[in-house]
Write a protein that binds this ligand. Structure first.
Ligand code: T3D
Length: 265
């Protein structure tokens, strides 16, 4: 295993799984520009081919996933003229990078995911939550509006009525309710969360990575595409997938009645 440290986060590379941990537990991993720079650098290391990572596992250190933007130090309160500036300079590049990552993302929500911390947690293609975890649209509690792409994502995942309710009332959404609403994929007993998340990440990391990356692309494109555009995109990405070594191996393995061995090529 290789462990790499970055400002307010760390990346552990174990086989083909890269675990990226938000690491500022004293403030429930509240996100600062420093942490955002660290996360960008960590993603750079994750994508470095020499590490061979084929799945990202995202989680938080301590009892929280993230309490959203760090309200101390250089937080929004110090930017009365433009509380959104850091979105453009720091958050949006990170979110776009996660959206475009050429490998699947598993989020393990180990505790509270509040404010923009909830936006980051929900960047997981598969979101697993500890039974004690909860989500919180904290923004309205401090007189701000939801950000980090959440007003695009929430209505698409849980419908407009529930999205508005969460954001307008700013009440806690427990993990079990998030599961019932389709916001998370699985809820695990707290002690079981990380073993389950690691097992899922390892399974995805052993998959046909290029096809999985294209599947991510298809679903990210789907909400904004018409049916015809989506058919075209499927056609284009299928051509690419069909040319991979993994597709040749997958079909050969099926015909030979054995388990395919994918290499992410
Ligand atoms: O310019 C921009 O950045 C714009 C972008 C804005 C995006 C946003 O995310 S805005 C929303 C920011 N987040 C919040 O408003 C949530 C604030 N936190 C809370 O409401 C509560 O901490 C929680 C409900 C999340 C958890 O409550 P609890 O009781 O489990 O923990 P706690 O005691 O409140 O927090 C533990 C410590 O973390 C505490 O420090 P202390 O007293 O032990 O020294 C607390 O102050 C600190 N902490 C928690 N959240 C933040 C924080 N410190 C800085 N920033 C935080 N967001």
């Amino acid at each position: 295993m290789t462990a790499l440290s970055f400002p307010r986060c760390r990346l552990e590379l174990d086989g083909a799984v890269g675990t990226l941990t938000l690491a500022h537990p004293e403030v429930l991993n509240a996100i600062s520009p420093e942490m955002l720079d660290g996360l960008m650098d960590a993603l750079g290391a994750l994508e470095d081919p020499q590490h061979g990572a084929r799945c990202l596992l995202l989680t938080g250190e301590g009892r929280g996933f993230s309490a959203g933007a760090n309200l101390g130090g250089s937080g929004p309160s110090t930017k009365a003229d433009d509380a959104g500036a850091v979105l453009e300079t720091h958050y949006h590049p990170l979110l776009r990078r996660l959206r475009d990552l050429p490998m699947p993302i598993v989020s393990a929500v180990n505790g509270v995911a509040a404010g923009v911390g909830m936006s980051v947690a929900l960047m997981g293609d598969m979101v697993l939550a500890a039974r004690s975890a909860y989500f919180l649209q904290a923004f309205r509690r401090i007189g701000l509006v939801p950000d980090g792409g959440i007003t695009w994502m929430l209505p698409r995942k849980i419908g407009m009525a529930r999205a508005l309710e969460l954001s307008l009332l700013g009440e806690k959404l427990p993990a079990e309710t998030a599961l019932a609403w389709g916001l998370v994929n699985r809820v695990h007993d707290d002690a079981e969360l990380m073993p389950a998340a690691r097992a899922l990440a390892a399974e995805l990391a052993a998959g046909p990575t290029r096809a999985l990356a294209s599947i991510r692309k298809l679903y990210w494109a789907s909400p904004d595409n018409g049916y015809e555009q989506q058919l075209d995109l499927e056609r284009r990405l299928q051509r690419e997938a069909g040319r991979t070594r993994d597709a040749r191996e997958g079909i050969r393995a099926f015909l030979e009645k054995r388990k395919a061995v994918f290499r992410g090529e």
